[in-house]
Design a protein around this ligand. Structure first.
Ligand code: HEC
Length: 90
């Protein structure tokens, strides 16, 4: 009985580890390999012409990307990279 519980526990742990491992990879790999400029070019033209970085101030970009983050389904990291890029290029 004790052994069975241990085996079950181990199996559950393995499943949990696998889920954490694979879901982490899927999100962080994409964001890690791409620059803010690249993410901006790929994501912000899907629905409209992407406004050039000079269009808005730093504070305005914070707000715009916060809204577009939800629409574009971006991760925190991707949104941050895009915002950083826009702020250095405006
Ligand atoms: C899923 C579609 C979609 C994606 C992807 C998207 N947008 Fe938008 N965007 C919209 C829509 C719809 C509007 C107009 C309605 C609104 O403001 O919510 C808009 C409006 C805007 C505006 C306001 C335009 C203005 O002249 O006031 C800015 C700035 C903007 N988007 C920037 C971005 C940036 C930067 C990205 C990339 C991170 C992005 N958008 C990705 C759909 C999208």
């Amino acid at each position: 009985m004790k052994k069975l519980i241990l085996v079950n526990g181990l199996a559950a742990l393995l499943v949990l580890l696998a889920i954490t491992f694979f879901s982490n990879c899927a999100t962080s790999n994409v964001a890690m390999n791409k620059s803010g400029a690249q993410l901006w070019g790929e994501n912000c033209v899907r629905c409209h012409n992407t406004p050039s970085p000079e269009t808005f101030s730093d504070v305005e970009w914070d707000v715009a990307v916060m809204h577009m983050r939800v629409r574009a389904n971006l991760t925190d990291e991707e949104a941050k990279k895009i915002t950083d890029f826009l702020k250095t290029a405006n």
